[in-house]
Write a protein that binds this ligand. Structure first.
Ligand code: SF4
Length: 231
């Protein structure tokens, strides 16, 4: 199966349990204000590759991934459900754990395909209301919740991730609502708060795209520690 891939990270340690290969898919329909990967947005960008060739690259380091696994991230992997399905199927044939790191926005068909061989869903629950979600990502929270219900119906374990942006998503009310939504899924295993950083600035400059949060301060450890107490 052919697909478009932005890059492959070897020996990743932050996108799921253990040491993992992380495949960043090309193309994303969202425009999150804090996105740190604007170079993955263009669905015609990246490289055209086959799921078999990506699997081959990953399996060269298979011994490192036996206690971790493989994560497909993006961009938005739900734009290329058939590719994810094929890649994860090969990973399962080789005894490797699979994780889908997604916003949860995709067509029903792509969601069904992508979840077919997914062992763990990592979902970035970005904003707690539909109005905020639409205003700051261009997508609908309702479609994310529908995705999470589908994954829960299949009993796929869930990690919710949430980017903490000072002045935008760091209020206790906002975090409490994110936690309430996360806990409504029986498959929830973990909630991760991720600090907003601005290491992406040079990418925006290179692409000549204005970064909407250029004047927003980065999120410090103290804010994360304070909010983690709410979890
Ligand atoms: S879903 Fe991810 S890649 Fe897409 S715009 Fe949002 S943060 Fe960026």
């Amino acid at each position: 199966m052919k697909g478009r891939v932005h890059s492959i990270q070897t020996l990743g340690t932050v996108d799921g349990p253990g040491i993992r290969a992380v495949v960043f898919m090309q193309g994303c329909p969202l425009r999150c204000v804090y996105c740190h990967n604007p170079d993955t947005w263009d669905k015609a960008g990246g490289d055209e590759v086959t799921s078999e060739s990506v699997a081959k690259k990953i399996l060269r380091l298979k011994n490192f991934y036996l206690k971790g696994g493989v994560t497909v991230s993006g961009g938005e992997p739900l734009m290329q459900g058939a590719f994810v399905k094929d890649l994860f199927e090969i990973m399962h044939e080789n005894g490797l754990h699979t994780a889908l790191d997604t916003s949860g926005v995709g067509t029903d068909e792509n969601i069904e395909l992508a979840l077919k061989h997914t062992d763990l869903v990592l979902c970035d629950l970005k904003f707690p209301t539909d109005a905020l979600y639409r205003a700051h990502t261009g997508a609908s929270l309702k479609s994310v919740l529908a995705f999470l219900e589908k994954a829960a119906d299949k009993n796929i374990p869930l990690w919710i991730r949430h980017v903490v942006v000072p002045g935008l998503t760091d209020s206790e009310e906002s975090i409490s609502e994110i936690v309430r939504i996360a806990k409504s899924f029986h498959t929830l295993q973990k909630i991760e708060l991720l600090p907003f950083k601005k290491m992406c600035l040079s990418k925006y400059e290179k692409l000549s795209i204005p970064f909407p949060l250029v004047n927003t301060p980065e999120c410090g450890k103290d804010i994360i520690e304070r909010l983690e107490r709410l979890l």
